[in-house]
Design a protein around this ligand. Structure first.
Ligand SMILES: [Zn+2]
Length: 67
């Protein structure tokens, strides 16, 4: 069974479209990727819904979090 999914997301910093390959076999996870256009870090939150057999991908720009 292949659980790789390619998703297209827009960079929260510059709007550049990035395709990201997700591996759902390890379940839900959180990771960072660098935008190839503006080099800012993008915070990605992958949620695997095994019942629905879908993957949700949430993105945000970490610099919006001020403590
Ligand atoms: Zn960007």
């Amino acid at each position: 069974m292949h659980s790789y999914t390619e998703k297209r997301v827009a960079c929260p910093h510059c709007g550049h479209t990035i395709s990201i390959t997700l591996d759902a076999s390890n379940g839900s996870q959180e990771f960072y990727d660098d935008c190839p256009a503006c080099c800012h870090a993008i915070h990605l939150n992958m949620t695997v819904n095994e019942q629905m057999d879908t993957i949700e991908l949430l993105i945000d720009a970490d610099d919006e979090q001020v403590f």
